[in-house]
Design a protein around this ligand. Structure first.
Ligand SMILES: *Cc1c(COP(=O)(O)O)cnc(C)c1O
Length: 458
């Protein structure tokens, strides 16, 4: 062992020599130097080196992993429209063009062009959002989780308790649990009812002198069937009003149009209705909050809308300053809101509404062009999802390109596709690797074909 280790040590080359031998680097040199240093230290520790080539192979793999971790465009063949791991909602070209022109120079972010004085950030956007939510007022913070924290801190500053149904103490995504958010905000949780049943009487019993807020959380990422019961927004709102306690509903996804209409355009077999901010406010909630980058189809943001006095009070919280959005986000959201008010909405809505006919025509064209490929390419059927923890029960039929390798496994093919110039992420179903065309933009078809050809040739 001692001898082997000494031999190994002699075989460890200098950092400079390794970096030199890598040739053209895909990421900045100092990052590669650091990485090589770490890799060599690792080899020195394990003492498992026999040749320079072996060292180079390991280092190249590490550099490749590092380069792949750079944020970069990906072709989404998963069929999940709002894919949190793939960046949620894609933005429109219009939104991006405006972000570019305002962010590359100066803007009137907090400057009133009418009177030449200091202006207030995002006033126009707030006006547009209020219009979209048919609310007295609206404002924006970094994301819906931030909106929730702000709301909780504000309403439970004096009276500590927040009343919430046990059926709504849910986990929303990677490590985001409603009960933890509530407690991190300094509120005391007052759980009512059971997981499957909560009655209005449960709420009534819990409301007392310590209640600062009644919170309802939309079950956006799962659904319960069977022996379930929970009071309606109207009922809770009436009770909260009678007891003079503010009532907030966290909608999560924030669809501002009738989702059933959008989904039925796609020919979806089940097109549920997602409650809109306007509907929920009309039913009596004092405020609603929802995400900017789920069904709304904009950038990451959290929107609060509802009673003017509450929105204004939230904006006066010192904590609001820590959660405020950047100009890039505000600009992108401004354009997203406008696309609802005077056009046909952002890209996510268009994708959800694509018909099977349109997708089939594209799929056939692609499959025909790929007929000479060494792997089998055919047109298949699949099921897209709304995603983002939104509308789990919606069924959106879709069309896929099905890839079957002639030799080698599906996992190897999937890996080669992820290694393409523009990486492609599909999904495995049975003996096929599927690429759902609903979430692939037509302008990506050429890159998709190139990736498939490349992966097939290897
Ligand atoms: C997604 C979701 C959130 C969190 O939204 P972010 O914008 O990701 O912070 C909060 N509540 C509900 C019900 C959600 O579905």
């Amino acid at each position: 062992m001692g001898q082997m280790k000494r031999a190994a040590l002699r075989a460890i080359p200098a950092v400079e020599k390794v970096v030199q031998a890598l040739g053209a680097l895909p990421v900045p040199r100092p990052m590669v130097v650091n990485l090589v240093r770490r890799e060599l230290a690792q080899l020195r520790k394990t003492g498992k080196v026999t040749s320079f080539d072996e060292v180079m192979e390991q280092v190249k793999r590490a550099v490749d992993v590092l380069a792949k971790s750079r944020i970069q465009p990906v072709i989404n063949g998963t069929g999940v429209v709002i894919h949190t791991n793939l960046g949620r909602s894609p933005l429109s070209a219009e939104a991006l063009a405006e972000v570019e022109s305002t962010a590359m120079g100066y803007s009137n972010l907090e400057f009133d062009l009418s009177d030449g004085r200091r202006g207030s950030r995002g006033v126009y956007l707030e006006e547009g959002l209020a219009n979209l939510c048919r609310s007295e007022a609206a404002s924006v913070v970094n994301n819906c989780a931030a909106a929730l924290v702000l709301v909780l801190r504000h309403f439970t500053a004096k009276k500590r308790e927040v009343v919430i149904s046990r059926g709504e103490l849910i986990q929303i995504g990677g490590g985001f649990r409603i009960p933890e958010i509530l407690e991190a905000s300094g509120a005391t949780l007052r759980e009512v009812g059971t997981t499957n049943k909560t009655s209005l009487a449960d709420y009534r019993k819990a409301l007392g002198p310590e209640t600062g807020l009644v919170l309802k959380v939309h079950r956006s990422n799962f659904f319960m069937g069977g022996f379930v019961e929970s009071p309606s927004t109207e009922e809770i709102a009436a009770l909260a009003k009678a007891k003079k306690v503010p009532f907030v509903e966290d909608l999560g996804s924030g669809a501002v149009v009738a989702t059933e209409d959008v989904l039925s355009r796609s020919g979806g077999s089940e097109s549920p209705h997602e409650p809109t901010p306007a509907e929920v406010l009309k039913r009596g909630a004092d405020l609603v909050c929802f995400s900017g980058d789920k069904l709304l189809g904009g950038p990451q943001a959290g929107i609060v809308a509802g009673k003017r006095k509450h929105v204004q009070a939230l904006k006066k919280e010192p904590f609001f300053r820590a959660l405020r959005c950047d100009k890039l986000v505000l600009t992108a959201l401004q354009v997203t809101v406008e696309t609802y008010l005077d056009a046909d909405g952002p890209p996510v809505l268009k994708m959800l509404g694509l018909s099977e006919g349109e997708l089939t025509r594209r799929a056939k064209r692609l499959a025909k062009k790929l007929a000479d490929c060494p792997i089998k390419v055919s047109v298949g059927r699949g099921q897209s999802q709304v995603g983002g923890g939104t509308m789990p029960e919606a069924k959106v039929d879709s069309i896929t390109l099905d890839l079957v390798p002639r030799k080698g496994g599906l996992a190897a093919l999937a890996s080669r596709l992820r290694n393409a110039e523009i990486p492609v992420v599909g999904y495995v179903s049975g003996s096929r690797l599927k690429v759902d065309l609903r979430t692939v933009f037509p302008e990506q078809d050429a890159s998709l074909m190139e990736a498939i050809r490349g992966a097939a040739a290897e």
